[in-house]
Design a protein around this ligand. Structure first.
Ligand code: SF4
Length: 286
């Protein structure tokens, strides 16, 4: 029976003979999360050197099977009892209060909003949530926020979060220069900030930020100030930022020149975010 520590550490994105859905114990969710991997193709419009996805083996070409995704998530929901406790044998070693279902999270081995079927999957998850009013869980979209200005993505986000849910959006840099080292994308960092400001009108969200050094270069004071300024601008636009989640490297990255920051550094960043009046927490990578 896996212990709580190994469940949190291993965090596999596979379960039984399922293709897309998997159950995990998640610190940032505060209990059990049912993940849905929308990117078997491993496609992403970022090229983060810290990425944990193994791209030494190529992804599979895919056309998402929305009915199968729905069936797999429905089967996982069937393992949750009337008190919201997930009864899968995987979690047998945990007390009931640690295995409450907290969310269904759309993410992937790439960027989930890139898939053409995103809106259809989001609608299917919203229907599943509506079909289980006895259960108290959120729908979560984990995204790099680059495509939130696309109408089809906005349609999907709106249906996904119509009842109870959140976007968890990546913001790993304050300046375009660091962004092009840590995320490497053709979409600008200013576009991401604009997308977060636009998101504020309709949805609460969390910001996820990853800290590391790259090739011996770490976060300068100017970079930290620029990153805090972006968060402050998003907040001042009227956004309800529920939390800023802070991470560093916990497992082997894609590139060996990427190194973690210290716990003291993250603790300092946390207090500086809290000084803006925004909750912040430090997590391991999941
Ligand atoms: S956004 Fe996520 S999936 Fe894409 S390269 Fe970065 S870490 Fe990997």
């Amino acid at each position: 029976m896996p212990s709580r520590e190994s469940l949190l550490r291993l965090h596999p994105r596979s379960f039984a003979d399922f293709t897309y859905a998997y159950p995990v114990l998640s610190r940032r969710s505060g209990g059990v999360s049912f993940g849905v991997n929308l990117n078997l193709d491993k496609l992403c419009n970022f090229d983060c050197p810290y990425c944990q996805v193994d791209r030494t083996t190529p992804g599979k070409p895919q056309q998402l099977d929305v009915a199968r995704i729905r069936a797999e998530v429905e089967a996982l929901l069937d393992s949750v009892d009337e008190k919201g406790v997930c009864r899968l044998p995987l979690f047998d070693a945990l007390p009931d209060d640690q295995k409450l279902l907290r969310d269904i999270a759309l993410s992937g081995d790439g960027e989930p909003t890139m898939v053409p079927e995103f809106a259809a999957v989001a609608a299917a998850m919203a229907q599943l949530q509506a079909s289980r009013p006895d259960l108290d869980f959120k729908l979560v979209l984990i995204t790099n926020a680059t495509l939130l200005d696309r109408p089809a993505v906005q349609t999907g986000v709106a249906s996904l979060l119509a009842q109870r849910g959140e976007v968890w959006a990546k913001l790993d840099a304050g300046t375009e220069a660091w962004y092009q080292k840590v995320n490497i994308s053709r979409v600008s960092l200013d576009r991401i900030e604009a997308n977060l400001i636009a998101l504020r009108k309709n949805h609460p969200f969390k910001i996820q930020s990853f800290f590391c050094s790259i090739g011996g270069q770490g976060w300068s004071e100017a970079e930290i100030a620029a990153w805090l300024s972006r968060i402050a601008r998003v907040r001042d636009s009227g956004a309800r930022i529920l939390e800023v989640q802070l991470y560093t490297l916990a497992r082997r990255p894609a590139e060996s020149f990427v190194h973690p920051v210290t716990p003291e550094f993250l603790a300092d960043i946390r207090s500086r975010v809290e000084n803006l009046g925004i909750p912040a927490n430090v997590y391991g990578v999941e």
